[in-house]
Design a binder for this molecule. Structure first.
Ligand SMILES: Cc1ncc(COP(=O)(O)O)c(C=O)c1O
Ligand SMILES: [Zn+2]
Length: 423
């Protein structure tokens, strides 16, 4: 086999990428052999994985483990993926959110709660797929530029797999996200700049250093496929059917495009009924290049300098932004944005209605869901899923000024009674 590897002494084994057959350009359709490539040699368009699935059945999937590897036939991973150490993310709860639904005036609402993954965000899914590719391609270093959650996931997965990790973040990141990386790796690098600066630096390092797999740069096509598992799980947990509407936060836009890809694959494979669904994207106003383009009715995305408490979504130049626009428009959805105050309200609303503590990205999603209902863009009578992609304990600062003790009292009944909280 002639496929390109990251480390030259590595020989690619048969079946290293499962049913994946090639990398295919999303713009011109040109095919490239599987390897650490991400841009089309013909037109510089982004590459994605093309498959030859054969037959995949519900029974086959249901017999698999309760993690993302139950979908291994649909991912660019080898058939023996369960035997190599990884964090085994996925199969998180799909909760019927009746209290939140009542609050928002929605008839039928579900929250896909990805905050319970091993490092408390959906990024464990993409990283597990990237780790498999890095291993198969012979990488010596597992790395990423990150807005926080990805660095946590890369550092933890690398520790478990016994591969050296180096993770790069903007210096101004939330302290808990820094600690959640540094606890797993000696090589957390804080960069003077925003995410887009960190991303540029990572591309430069990937070009200079041998043997490095940057999960979202040179193995991005493999990494991105991990987000499809969110779509597969939602469909399976609904009893093998698609929801009518889904709301997904957007930073680079990769997750949203891959959930849509997952739904399309399930339809093509005959695993769910082919019926229309609407995809909605959620951004914070302080970093909303995709929703600005959506509202202006244009196809081009103008990069912005992020300024929002939703730091995990603070990508000013989103790689998959144009595809998000396409998908939301084609399916009849929309892209909407909310203020930082609304993000905070979204966090508290989800916590007080459903007992789920989400981070700022989830606060953005819930606040956008509310705004979509209020503005008539989302049909409250249709079945809706909102994805909670991360955990609130990582962004405590965002709401520590908004919630706290209702009273501070002496340890006496009289003092308690005086608060009016009894009864
Ligand atoms: C918690 C959380 N939600 C959503 C996203 C957005 O993901 P994407 O870049 O695939 O749009 C991120 C990205 O870092 C994230 O950390
Ligand atoms: Zn191309």
């Amino acid at each position: 086999m002639s496929a390109v590897v990251i480390e030259k002494s590595t020989t690619l084994r048969e079946g290293a990428f499962g049913n994946a057959k090639a990398l295919s350009c999303r713009e011109c359709g040109h095919h490239v052999e599987l390897g650490p490539h991400y841009a089309c040699p013909e037109c510089f368009g982004p590459l994605e994985i093309a498959y030859d699935f054969g037959t995949v059945t519900r029974e086959q999937i249901e017999a698999g483990p309760r993690n993302i590897w139950r979908y291994k036939a649909l991912l660019p991973v080898p058939d023996d993926i369960e035997t190599s150490p990884n964090t085994e993310p996925g199969f998180t709860r799909l909760l019927k959110a009746d209290n939140l639904a009542a609050e928002l005036g929605i008839a039928n609402l579900w929250v896909k709660d990805d905050s319970t993954n091993p490092t408390n965000s959906f990024k464990d899914r993409v990283v597990a797929c990237a780790l498999s590719a890095a291993r198969e391609l012979g990488a010596k270093v597992f790395a990423c530029p990150s807005t926080g959650n990805l660095a946590n996931a890369v550092a933890a997965a690398g520790a478990r797999a016994g591969i050296k990790t180096v993770v790069f973040i903007p210096r101004n990141l939330e302290q808990p996200k820094q600690v959640n990386s540094a606890v797993f790796t000696e090589s957390l690098v804080a960069v003077n700049g925003n995410y887009d600066d960190v991303n540029k630096l990572a591309s430069e390092i990937a070009g200079e250093e041998d043997g490095w797999a940057f999960v979202n740069v040179n193995v991005r096509p493999f990494y991105a496929e991990g987000s499809k598992t969110l779509g597969y799980e939602i469909a399976e947990q609904l009893g093998w059917r698609l929801p009518d509407q889904i709301v997904i936060p957007v930073a680079s836009g990769s997750q949203l495009t891959k959930v849509h890809k997952a739904f399309q694959e399930l339809i093509r494979l005959g695993l769910v009924e082919d019926r229309p669904y609407k995809v909605f994207g959620a951004q914070a106003e302080g970093c909303s290049p995709v929703s600005v383009a959506y509202k202006a009715g244009v196809d081009a995305i103008r990069p912005v300098k992020p300024d929002t408490i939703a730091k995990s979504l603070a990508i000013g130049n989103p790689a998959d932004g144009i595809y998000v626009l396409d998908i939301c428009r084609q399916t009849g959805g929309a892209v909407e944005d909310v203020t930082d105050d609304q993000v905070r309200e979204g966090i508290v609303l989800l916590a007080r209605t459903e007992g789920i503590f989400t981070e700022t990205a989830g606060g953005t999603t819930i606040a956008v869901l509310r705004k979509l209902v209020e503005t008539g863009q989302l049909d409250p009578d249709l079945e809706t899923v909102a994805i909670n992609t991360g955990h609130g304990l990582k962004t405590l600062d965002a709401i520590s000024g908004s919630v706290g003790p209702a009273a501070t009292i002496d340890p006496t009944y009289a003092a308690f009674a005086a608060t009016g909280l009894g009864g």
